[in-house]
Write a protein that binds this ligand. Structure first.
Ligand SMILES: C[S@@+](CC[C@H](N)C(=O)[O-])C[C@H]1O[C@@H](n2cnc3c(N)ncnc32)[C@H](O)[C@@H]1O
Length: 498
């Protein structure tokens, strides 16, 4: 206890500029100066990592009386040090947050693409001054205009059109008043970074949408056929909804949900401006939507873009914004749809599933979380499972690039750690028996867009089927997309395989 207090006092003193680590440690009256020095030095070394973990786990929001320097010392020792050998009530307090902190640590590693704690201390690649600037991407809203017309418009405004880009290098070298057609997405124009179109007539009239290339990938990959019914589970402010509507040619229906009133109001304005008519907007927690409601019976496509799933993101700011979503699964039980052997029925909800013998809630680590959150930023796994139960299992178009794909629901699940979690969750009752994620009885990962150069990190089996986007590799904002396909009923036969 005295050790942690003394270390926190040294950190505070350093922050106030009262001295360096040595003078403050040896000037303190703590008897074991070397032990104190080592703890402070290590806490400092892990400083940015500790900030990210504390942010993500929201520890200080919950523990209002816990000063930041003390929190850092405790979390350092808990996760990277000796494991809180002393500490009295602070030790008990820190241990209450252990599960969240460990989950944040795992997420941080996935986001950074590293496997060890030490690697977390290396500077992130692609975030230094050498990181390339992301161009200004402009999606042509084909509900209102055509690519050719927009190209002509910009030419009249003094821009030189250089044709279709041949490589990412072409995008990198854009400068001045030049623009290109993107090499991957047919309705995406690319301008030099910092080109500002917010006051441009085409933007204010909804003819163009200012949307990063990575954010255009989900709707493009989902590619619902005109007339389809689609769910956009976390939809506001609606960029992907409007993209979906454009792909659907405003035919069919998009059921769009979001919990945030303000964002929904923005979305309504945006969709009206973009000429989107084929949507039904609901302010509703998506997890409360009844997948068996007949109005969703024709849904074949689902786009799930939960908050803060920035695992593809590389910028330091995303570290904190990505926090929290892991914990929203509190209280999720096998009875609520994640048992592969039963349809979420009461038997599974009660004492466990008789078929695969999975105990209700057994796979769900965050169920130990003492403080479930009221909102659901990034509740991807429950959302996904919820959707997999939806009745619309007809054969549809396959995801782009998927050889032989074309069965039933397709789900886009940004967030690598969530994909991992979700797949884990789906197969978890059988995971101990060695079932791989891809052979899960409810869904399979589609090898999406095989020509996309940047693939998922090996955080779970089949991750290479997923797409990753980043400023350094693809000249886009960070993003992660997993395409999951519901297996045919024949594949969903209740069983646990070894
Ligand atoms: C990353 S944003 C979505 C961006 C949007 N897809 C787009 O392209 O413009 C995540 C959204 O999920 C919403 N959200 C979080 N939990 C939700 C839930 N349980 N049900 C519905 N919406 C939710 C948040 O309010 C937020 O607007």
């Amino acid at each position: 206890m005295a050790l942690y207090r003394a270390a926190a006092a040294v950190l505070s003193g350093m922050e106030r500029g009262e001295g360096g680590i040595k003078s403050l440690v040896y000037g303190s009256d703590f008897p074991r100066a070397r032990q104190l020095y080592a703890l402070v030095a290590e806490t400092l070394r892990y400083g940015p990592v500790l900030d990210a973990l504390l942010d993500g786990a929201e520890m200080l929001r919950v523990e209002k009386k816990l000063p930041l320097p003390l929190a850092k010392v405790l979390v350092y020792d808990l996760l990277f040090g000796k494991g809180l050998k002393c500490g009295g009530r602070w030790k008990a307090l820190a241990r209450r947050h252990r599960a969240r902190l460990e989950a944040e640590l795992a997420r941080l590693k996935v986001r950074r693409g590293v496997s060890s704690n030490e690697q977390l201390l290396q500077p992130e690649s692609g975030t230094g001054p050498e990181a390339p600037q992301v161009p200004r991407y402009v999606r042509v809203n084909v509900l209102k205009t055509r690519v050719d017309d927009v190209v002509e418009f910009f030419k009249r405004q003094g821009f030189a059109f250089l044709g279709t880009a041949g490589s990412v290098e072409d995008l990198k070298s854009l400068s001045g008043k030049k623009f290109l057609l993107d090499l991957h997405l047919p309705e995406l124009l690319v301008f030099p970074p910092q080109t500002d179109f917010h006051d441009n007539r085409l933007y204010t009239s909804g003819h163009i949408i200012l949307q990063d290339k990575a954010s255009c990938l989900p709707a493009f990959l989902l590619s619902p056929s005109a007339g389809s019914h689609v769910i956009d589970a976390c939809a506001a402010p609606g960029n992907k909804t409007s993209h979906l509507a454009a792909i659907l040619q405003n035919k069919g229906c998009i059921f769009a949900f979001d919990v945030d009133t303000k964002r929904l109001a923005t979305m309504n304005t945006m969709l009206t401006r973009a000429g989107v008519t084929s949507f039904k907007l609901a302010q509703q927690d998506f997890l409360t939507v009844d997948p068996h409601d007949p109005k969703y019976s024709k849904v074949k496509y689902i786009l799930l873009d939960p908050s803060c799933s920035g695992s593809g993101n590389t910028g330091p700011s995303t570290t904190s914004s990505a926090g929290g979503s892991v914990w929203l699964f509190h209280g999720w039980t096998l009875g609520h749809g994640c048992c592969p052997c039963r349809d979420g029925g009461p038997a599974a909800a009660g004492g466990g599933c008789p078929q695969c013998r999975a105990a209700a809630g057994a796979v769900w680590l965050p169920a130990q979380d003492p403080e479930p959150r009221a909102s659901l930023p990034g509740g991807a796994a429950p959302g996904l499972l919820h959707l997999l139960r939806a009745p619309g299992g007809e054969r549809g178009r396959g995801a782009r690039g998927a050889a032989g794909a074309g069965v039933g629901l397709q789900v886009l699940l940004p967030g690598e750690e969530q994909a991992s979690r979700c797949l884990f969750l789906v197969v978890a009752p059988c995971a101990a028996a060695g079932l791989s994620a891809v052979s899960c009885p409810l869904c399979r990962l589609v090898n999406a867009f095989p020509s996309w150069p940047c693939r998922g990190l090996a955080a779970f089996p089949g991750a290479e089927c997923c797409l990753r986007a980043s400023p350094a590799d693809t000249l886009t904002q960070g993003f992660f997309v997993a395409v999951l396909e519901r297996c045919g009923e024949e594949a969903a036969v209740p069983r646990c395989r070894r």
